[in-house]
Design a protein around this ligand. Structure first.
Ligand SMILES: [Zn+2]
Length: 266
């Protein structure tokens, strides 16, 4: 079953409308957020290098030699139902809520957790793939800006614009590495103002926006997107943004080294 972040959020909301049915599973979920699962820690430690290598091979990207620090519970303020992982760029840290994550080589206790939380668990490999993508993007930005990073978030619009690209790329990596090629997302009901952006638009929509660009241009596409998020106008016209990205990347000199793309082509 495809368990997406927004589904988990929905489950939380449902908890208030179906009060009789949900409390036990919700309580279990909350408890599991407090818990550290040693099996998940072992799985990640044993498989991290392989997961990175598989990403490099499948996506044609190159990770830096350093690795993120990994924690196996979320910071206290992020223990929110629906949070499946967190990456903090400043400290190069990946936080995994190991209590609610399940091992792909699933064991019985993970199976019970899935049932007891009413499906609020999530495959740890998917979370690692997703958070690693954030790590990769963060490192690319660091490399380009050489610790002279400008402020990325000036306005709410710019924040949403960055979120769309960042989460879109992370979702792309997560989906691609887990054999999922989602059906095209319809931009028909796309937000016409900022307050209409929800998890669904950021994650599923972001994924749909970046997909054709990364499908076609791989690492170069990812890096170009990172430095060229949607403009205010393009935020509400995602197809125009896709068009501009595809045209701009096609116009780059063929031998452009992926890491040294111009920041922004107007
Ligand atoms: Zn993310």
């Amino acid at each position: 079953m495809n368990k997406k972040r927004f589904i988990l959020k929905t489950a939380l909301l449902s908890a208030f409308t179906a009060a009789v049915y949900f409390p036990a599973s919700l309580a279990t979920t909350m408890l599991l957020y407090q818990r550290k699962d040693p099996d998940i820690e072992v799985y990640v430690q044993e498989n991290l290098e392989q997961i990175i290598q598989e990403q490099e091979k499948t996506l044609g990207i190159t990770y830096p030699t350093d690795r993120p620090t990994i924690y196996y519970t979320l910071p206290e303020e992020y223990k929110i139902v629906g949070m499946l992982g967190l990456y903090r760029g400043g400290e190069d840290s990946m936080y995994l809520p190991s209590g609610i994550l399940t091992n792909p080589e699933s064991d019985f206790s993970d199976f019970m957790a899935t049932i007891a939380t009413f499906n609020n668990t999530y495959n740890v490999k998917r979370s690692v793939d997703h958070e690693l993508a954030h790590f990769y993007c963060d490192k690319v930005k660091e490399l380009v800006f050489q610790n002279r990073s400008p402020h990325f978030y000036f306005t709410d619009e710019e924040l949403v614009s960055q979120l769309l690209v960042n989460e879109g790329i992370a979702e792309y990596v997560e989906n691609k590495m887990n054999g999922e090629d989602e059906k095209p997302f319809s931009f028909q009901d796309w937000p016409s103002n900022l307050s209409q952006f929800r998890n669904k638009e950021i994650y599923q929509g972001g994924y749909a926006i970046v997909k054709p660009i990364i499908d076609q241009h791989g690492e170069k596409g990812i890096q170009f997107l990172l430095f060229n998020p949607p403009t205010l106008y393009e935020l509400f016209t995602p197809e125009k943004y896709q068009e501009r990205m595809l045209t701009s990347i096609a116009q780059l000199p063929e031998k452009t080294e992926p890491l040294f793309l111009p920041f922004r082509i107007q």
